[in-house]
Design a protein around this ligand. Structure first.
Ligand code: F6R
Length: 249
């Protein structure tokens, strides 16, 4: 486990993009797991910059997003497909057919979730999974109480997540109550994980995830069980950490 405490969101994005780019350059058919939300925006901008400068190519990259709202039209500005198009896919040379998000409008959501997992397996699994963290410690939309062995499935969103994400919707009451998310067990199968966190609203979640017991009360604490997790955390999000962490190069 590596922890980088950095000064701000821009530095966090640069550091995360450097880690991802290094993996991309050494893995021929790279499978990238993606997250949405405000946290990874600077990282995606950096990846787009590196792509434009010819330092990395997305030509042979396949992506799988962690989650998507259930029942929200894919063209809705707050759908995670719209987010990914706007923040990353439109700015890099990735074939759109290589980008995958759970289909929150599938007629049979259980079958869709099973198929989503099968598609990831078929391409050899996720090489690097990008994560943010919710104020309540969620990863993807695995809210507190999610089984640490959970798989891709439909979930009900908590009040705290609706309060955090609701303001992005024009009418907060229009935010869906349900979402599809990769499970914690699914996430833990990624070969490498990089979690970014910024801002003082994440202090408790970061402390519980890194230094608390592994528990369903903080889904991100399950990452303590993974052998290769890099945490890139801004200093204002790291103020709740008590341990003396080794400095990283
Ligand atoms: C979204 C996702 C969520 C977010 C989390 C933090 O794909 O996986 O777990 O990472 O809700 O959101 P932000 O970054 O907006 O604070």
């Amino acid at each position: 486990m590596k922890l980088y405490v950095v000064k701000d969101k821009a530095t966090m994005g640069k550091k995360a993009a450097d880690v991802i780019a290094a993996e991309m350059q050494t893995t021929p058919h790279f499978v990238l797991g993606l997250a949405t939300g405000s946290t990874p925006e600077t990282c995606y901008a950096e990846l787009a910059k590196k792509n434009k400068a010819g330092k990395i190519s997305f030509e042979n990259v396949i992506t799988f997003n962690l989650d998507e709202y259930a029942g929200l039209p894919v063209k809705h500005p707050e759908s995670y497909r719209s987010f990914m198009d706007a923040k990353l896919f439109k700015h890099v040379n990735i074939p759109m057919s290589a980008t995958h998000l759970p289909n929150g409008n599938a007629p049979d959501l259980d079958a869709m979730c099973e198929e989503y997992e099968m598609m990831m397996d078929k391409v050899g699994g996720v090489d690097v999974q990008v994560l943010g963290i919710g104020r309540n410690g969620h990863i993807g939309f695995n809210e507190p109480g999610s089984s640490l062995a959970s798989r891709t499935r439909k979930v009900k969103l908590t009040k705290s997540t609706k309060e955090a994400n609701g303001p992005y919707f024009k009418a907060p009451d229009k935010m869906p109550d349900y979402a599809i998310t990769m499970g914690i067990g699914t996430i833990l199968e990624a070969k490498k994980i990089i979690l970014m966190a910024c801002g003082d609203t994440k202090v408790d979640a970061i402390a519980a995830a890194l230094e608390g017991p592994v528990s369903v009360t903080c889904p991100a604490s399950a990452l303590q069980l993974h052998p290769d997790v890099t945490w890139v955390v801004t200093k204002d999000a790291a103020t709740g950490l008590k341990m003396e962490w080794p400095e990283q190069d």
